[in-house]
Design a protein around this ligand. Structure first.
Ligand SMILES: *Cc1c(COP(=O)(O)O)cnc(C)c1O
Length: 422
């Protein structure tokens, strides 16, 4: 039996209608920005394997550090015990984050990093005796993950429909802009006695279609939250580690959030790990002689040493000057491509922040995720050896930072061709 046949017997793939899904492509190996299938076909991973890969596949430095860690300590319970990779990663990560982030709480992925952030905020208020501050503020089109808490603070969509009744009530607001910012600010101050925290994806809402908004309005929202005693959570699961042109998107703000959620690029995309960091104010609210004020949360693989070692190796590469130069280079290439196609009649909207560029295809009326155009575009690029996974009629490039200008040019040309042909 071929790998595809064996796969189809035993595997249930994510975000996939298994009834009529296209056959999965068996990938044998990765190198840099390329993935190679069983037949030796090469694909440019233009979406960084679901936004996680930042330094390219099978990076030798990460591989070496991971292999070494596996021979020393593969895992240990993290309650009552500690280890060098977890401590060192926290020591190196905290000073990189804007504001004074003081503690790292480890989890397994982006969704659980969000769950912990929400619990920290909710329990912050209950520990402090404010039982009415239980409502969470979030963006209408947000995506914060697929577990129930993370789904609750995400926009209601076709993905959440079967569960909507069970999701807790959230105060949703529109993305801020010049026209609505004053309104949003008064909405926030009117609800201040109930509002526990504001969770947001800074600068870019990823899963809802790479929606971008301006730092200055987010800054105003954060200032309003601060003024009204509402905690703030930056979900940098996607934007973290250089995606937006700075190491963290929140570096582009003057107000700092209380909490950060990180995952995806944390290990360089090598393996799962999540981190929730907080400032002194949050941490202090849990310090007590009263055991009930403890944060009772933990996962079996909390602070897995191998995942921490991968993260440390990824940080080495991220902080090397070449990486920041690569990020700026990709940003420049994107900006030039932007100018070339922005006036094309098939380009409905186009937007770019840092290493991410998104193009919304002009369609008829139906612009939903289920639109057939999505599959057409997906296959078009796959046939050209490019992995672009459109969100409905929105295609975006979100590449590993090692992508060459030649490969970028090839992707841009293919998109221009698609604009003529599809
Ligand atoms: C992907 C994502 C998550 C969820 O992360 P998982 O590791 O897939 O659970 C949360 N927030 C944002 C902004 C994301 O892009």
């Amino acid at each position: 039996m071929s790998l595809i046949e064996r796969d189809q017997k035993v595997i249930w793939h994510p975000y996939t209608q298994m009834k009529n899904a296209q056959q999965p492509i068996p990938i044998k190996r990765g190198e840099g920005v390329y993935l190679f299938d069983e037949d030796g076909n090469k694909y440019i991973d233009a979406v960084s394997s679901w936004w996680v890969n930042i330094h390219g596949h099978a990076h030798p430095h990460i591989a070496q550090k991971v292999a070494k860690q596996l021979t020393e300590l593969e895992h240990v319970i993290f309650a009552g015990f500690t280890h060098e990779p977890a401590v060192q990663l926290a020591e190196r990560l905290l000073p990189l984050l804007p504001g004074k982030q003081e503690k790292v709480f480890y989890t397994d992925n982006g969704s659980t990093a969000v769950e912990v952030a929400l619990k920290m905020c909710l329990q912050y208020w209950s520990n402090s005796g404010h039982t009415k501050k239980t409502k969470i503020l979030a963006f209408k089109d947000a995506y914060h993950g697929d577990t129930f808490g993370a789904m609750s603070v995400s926009g209601r969509s076709i993905f959440t429909n079967p569960f909507n009744e069970l999701l807790f009530d959230v105060e949703f607001i529109d993305l801020p802009n010049a026209g609505n910012i004053e309104n949003l600010k008064s909405q926030i101050s009117n609800l201040k006695s109930q509002l526990c925290c504001f969770i947001f994806e800074p600068l870019i809402l990823g899963a809802s279609g790479m929606l971008m908004y301006e730092a200055k309005y987010l800054d105003e929202l954060l200032a309003a939250c601060k003024a009204n005693d509402i905690l703030t959570i930056a979900d940098e699961v996607m934007t973290g580690f250089g995606r937006t042109g700075t190491y963290f998107a929140c570096e582009q703000l003057s107000n700092n959030p209380d909490i950060f959620c990180l995952s995806k690029g944390l290990t360089g995309g090598t393996m799962p790990l999540g981190v929730t960091t907080c400032n002194h104010k949050i941490f202090e609210a849990f310090l007590s002689e009263d055991k009930l004020k403890t944060l009772y949360h933990g996962h079996s693989f909390t602070a897995n040493p191998v995942a921490c070692a991968a993260s440390l190796a990824s940080l080495d590469i991220l902080l090397a000057p070449e990486t920041l130069a690569n990020i700026k280079r990709i940003e420049n290439q994107h900006q030039q491509f932007f100018k070339q196609i922005e006036k094309h009649p098939k380009v409905k909207t186009i937007r770019q922040t840092g290493t991410i560029i998104a193009i919304e295809w002009q369609t008829g009326d139906d612009t939903s995720y289920l639109n057939g155009l999505r599959d057409q575009l997906y296959n078009y690029f796959l046939n050209k050896g490019i992995i672009l996974r459109p969100l409905g009629n929105i295609i975006y490039i979100l590449p590993p930072y090692v992508i060459s200008n030649d490969d970028l040019a090839y992707i841009y040309n293919s998109i221009q061709q698609a604009l003529e042909e599809i």
